[in-house]
Design a protein around this ligand. Structure first.
Ligand SMILES: NC(=O)c1ccc[n+]([C@@H]2O[C@H](COP(=O)([O-])OP(=O)(O)OC[C@H]3O[C@@H](n4cnc5c(N)ncnc54)[C@H](OP(=O)(O)O)[C@@H]3O)[C@@H](O)[C@H]2O)c1
Length: 314
């Protein structure tokens, strides 16, 4: 009899084969490939035979990912770019058009998160500028630069690594989720215009993933999270299946609850806000004592239930 682990193993094998069929010989750009989800996705895509264009700012970390891909028999090129800089992003687009004739798949993954209450944000307009610069404007500029060739060739895929929070909102994430939601809305407007030209757009509403992005917030240690490899699997599945969106099952139920009872849902988020605190990093005082959540037991139980439900999404 097959146990759950062997079923997951078979599904993984199946995905690996289908990924190879989909991307072997294709040019795939992964932004934010120097760390976390982007680095893990780039490794999987490299193993599947894609030519990887690795974009981020940290040269040594990008080179290390590229080297791993090449040593595993794949092909990867490092394209150092600060996507928050419009001139640098334009020169990235121009170089990719010139050297590769565009890309077949764009994994728009580079991003920056800020978790800070609105109360601590009154004097920090720059938080909103720096999240919008990378999570929205940089991502939009890349799409504007790479989409025309995809449409001319009548094939292409844009994969947006978005956040579960975009579906619900979340206290303390106004800057981050404002910018992620803007890109999500942009893509939802563009998708129907380009679908007829063979270009698919997928948004993945990722749950918590254990990457450097969440390290500053201790409370996340109590919640279940995907590994970067598990998150990368979702990116790979999106590339193979080209769905409009991907979200955990629990999130779909959450959307239903939010639509049916918005005031109750908002009260629930208010409770989340009240039992949690700004991190030491967000307060800028290096004092971690407030980060121990007041209802640790409740959080742990929520973690247990969601992790059980999450295993059904794998
Ligand atoms: N971790 C989570 O729980 C979670 C949940 C939902 C969604 N997401 C989304 O997943 C994506 C990847 O995040 P992650 O968790 O893998 O975080 P991560 O490990 O911190 O990686 C972020 C990546 O973005 C790159 N990046 C940041 N600013 C950039 C800029 N100005 N120009 C170019 N590249 C830039 C970073 O590279 P350099 O610093 O080298 O430039 C890094 O490679 C993000 O879009 C995030 O919003 C994450």
């Amino acid at each position: 009899m097959l146990d759950v682990r062997s079923i997951v193993g078979l599904r993984r094998l199946d995905l690996d084969e289908r990924l190879r069929d989909t991307v072997a010989g294709s040019v795939v750009m992964v932004t934010g490939a120097s760390s976390g989800i982007g680095a893990a996705a780039a490794r999987s895509l490299g193993r599947a035979g894609a030519t990887l264009l690795l974009v981020a700012r940290s040269e040594d970390r990008l080179q290390a990912v590229a080297q791993e891909i090449v040593e595993a028999g794949g092909s990867a090129k490092v394209l150092l770019t600060d996507l928050a800089d419009p001139a640098a992003t334009q020169s990235l687009v121009d170089g990719v058009q010139r050297d590769h004739g565009g890309v077949d798949v764009l994994v728009s993954n580079a991003g920056r998160s800020i978790r800070r209450s609105i109360e601590l944000s009154y004097g920090r307009f720059h938080d909103f500028q720096r999240t919008i610069d990378i999570n929205y404007l940089g991502a939009v500029q890349l799409v504007l630069g790479l989409l025309p060739t995809m449409r001319e060739k009548r094939r292409g895929h844009i994969v947006n690594v978005s956040s579960l929070g975009v579906l619900f909102g979340a206290p303390r994430f106004a800057a981050y989720l404002g910018s992620k939601s803007a890109f999500d809305a942009f893509l939802r407007c563009v998708a129907p215009e380009v679908r007829g030209d063979g270009v698919a757009i997928t948004s993945i509403y990722m749950p918590l993933v254990r990457t450097p992005m969440i390290e500053a917030t201790q409370v996340y240690g109590l919640l279940p999270g995907l590994t970067p490899d598990e998150a990368a699997q979702r990116v790979c599945r999106a590339i193979v299946e080209r769905p409009v969106c991907m979200a955990p099952r629990l999130a779909r139920a959450g959307c239903l609850a939010r639509d049916m009872a918005p005031a109750t849902f908002e009260r629930l988020l208010e409770s989340v806000y009240r039992v949690s605190d700004d991190s030491a990093a967000a307060r800028g005082d290096g004092d971690a004592r407030f980060e121990v959540p007041r209802f640790q037991f409740v959080l742990e139980q929520i973690g247990r239930v969601t992790s059980r439900l999450r295993s059904q999404d794998a």
